[in-house]
Design a protein around this ligand. Sequence first.
Ligand code: 6PG
Length: 266
Amino acid sequence: MALSGYKKDGRELRIFENVDELSCNFAEYIAELSEVSIKERGVFAIALSGGSLVKLMGKLCEAPYNKTVDWAKWYIFWVDERVVAKSHADSNYKLVKDGFLSKVPIVHGHVHSINDSVTAEQAAEDYEFVIRQLVKTRVVSVSEINDCPKFDLILLGMGPDGHIASLFPNRPAFNEKEQWVTFITDSPKAPPERITFTLPVINSAANVAVVATGASKAEAAHVAIDGAGADYPVLPAMMVRPINGELVWFLDIAAASKIEVANFSE
Ligand code: 6PG
């Protein structure tokens, strides 16, 4: 059970005593959004990041969700991907395939992974093209405010340095405003070559969840949620603020230990 459901400035904070409780609530959250989206639009377009997030989605592959979720209506995208072969241990596609896609009946043609046989720059361009085609057919909705795609749900992990997706502090990709998908060849987290959704796309989603567990994330979570002090660099995680969507942070106690929850209302 969540310790508290705090709210502030359109952000919701869900803090859990342990990772198991977090993953139960996380699965329920995703399943509910899938139901709402399928009812409203007939499809559910979800974009996933890599890292520990994928394991935290594990309960979706179990009862009741494995039977109750309308998997045939799901469309899968990657918020960011490492530019390596799909069979490589570093591939986010492989991570999601092994930990999730192989366990639920998602239609093969609905899984939109990157082209892994070209440069990072080309892979980003190709992926944006794929998304543009799916926006035209409304598999992915479009933002009412800008021309960005409006994913039904974007799932983000967060690094101890406050990065989300492959948007790292002090890297130009973080400030990219024109492209939907950009690339990076000097990622501080290995491997160096990656493609990533840009902030305008992340902030155009209908729903965004940031998931962070463990004490190593506590400082970044505090800065991202409570706001940076004057001597603190701007972190990508603090720039996650959907313009016309809902943001939920899922944290365990360790990751939430430095957050000033007094600033939030229950
Ligand atoms: C990646 C990511 C990245 C990840 C965070 C958190 O592919 O590297 O998408 O943004 O989600 O680094 O990873 P952890 O949850 O494993 O710490």
